[in-house]
Design a protein around this ligand. Structure first.
Ligand code: HSE
Length: 293
């Protein structure tokens, strides 16, 4: 039996669209074991107990990747990562499915191999890379090859997640993006990314406030998120350094430091049309972990 733990992730971090991502200390725990029937899934909502389950789809595709016959499997799911909220629940499923398949094939759980297969399944590496390696990663895809590097995050940095009661599918949030952008918008983002990484390393709140800004996706996506401007204002007025849309949203992420009182602003959200819960999270440095094999 294989038992693994995979962290939640927050992608883009403002200007780093489809490249930057960070692992957070909120987890999904999955088990994979032999089974007499082709597939047995337990521990999740009835709606996910079928062959369209993303963990199983990724498991299946990993066998196909190696040209091997798919083995029967029993999959156990236990997850604290909310689905379709921009916190990497899909990436956790994909990475878990790939790892489960490698194990069931008797192969090594090599992180580079996992990254390549998981990126192919997910379509972009920004969430899967930190889910595998932990920490803050910047990634790029060149044909089928994926390059990923880790960047340090200051110990004082806290990621305060504002998680709404409504969900948003990544495909809807990608459909709303423009086909083309202006040269000045590309410069806006490109100039911010290295300074954002430095501000996270040095815990520099003022630099971060401006370096976290984005011109490529958030201006379009915020229209899908009622309360976006209000939450941004609440964060900045309560010692938040800066705010961005976590992945494709709808979770809004406020970066702050450990002295912040942001986790206590719940009472300020009462007038918003949607319900939001606040969770203060830290970077997970481990990435996928094998708990038992
Ligand atoms: N980079 C992706 C996006 C993250 O913003 O669409 C969601 O998978």
């Amino acid at each position: 039996m294989l038992k693994i733990r995979i962290p939640a992730t927050t992608a883009n971090l403002g200007p780093g669209f489809d490249s930057l991502g960070a692992a957070l200390n909120m987890y999904a725990t999955l088990t994979f074991e032999d089974c007499e029937s082709p597939l047995n899934i337990y521990g999740c909502d009835e709606a996910y107990i079928n062959t369209d389950n993303l963990i199983y789809v990724s498991y299946y595709k990993t066998f196909e990747y190696f040209g091997e016959r798919v083995k029967n499997v029993k999959i156990g799911i236990e997850s604290d990562i909310p689905a379709s909220r921009g916190l990497g629940s899909s990436a956790a499923c994909v990475v878990g499915g790939v790892a489960g398949a490698l194990y069931q094939m008797g192969r090594e759980l090599d992180k580079k191999v996992m990254l390549e297969i998981a990126t192919e399944i997910e379509g972009h590496p920004d969430n899967v890379a930190p889910a595998i390696f932990g920490g803050l990663t910047a990634s790029m895809q060149v044909d089928r090859k994926v390059f990923t590097r880790l960047f340090p995050v200051n110990e004082a940095i806290v990621f305060v997640a504002f998680i709404p009661s409504f969900s948003l599918s990544t495909s809807d949030a990608r459909r709303i993006l423009p086909k083309e952008i202006k040269f000045s918008e590309a410069v806006f983002n490109a100039s911010r990314i290295p300074l954002l990484l430095k501000s996270l390393e040095e815990n520099d709140g003022l630099l971060l406030r401006y370096a976290i800004q984005d011109a490529l996706h958030q201006p379009y996506r915020k229209k899908l998120i009622p309360g976006y401007d209000e939450i941004e204002k609440i964060c900045i007025e309560n010692e938040g350094y800066g705010v961005y849309l976590s992945g494709a949203g709808p979770t809004m992420m406020c970066i702050s430091d450990k002295k912040t009182s942001l986790a206590d602003v719940q009472h300020l959200l009462g007038d918003l049309s949607q319900q939001w819960i606040i969770k203060a999270l830290k970077i997970d440095e481990e990435g996928i972990q094998i708990l038992r094999s």
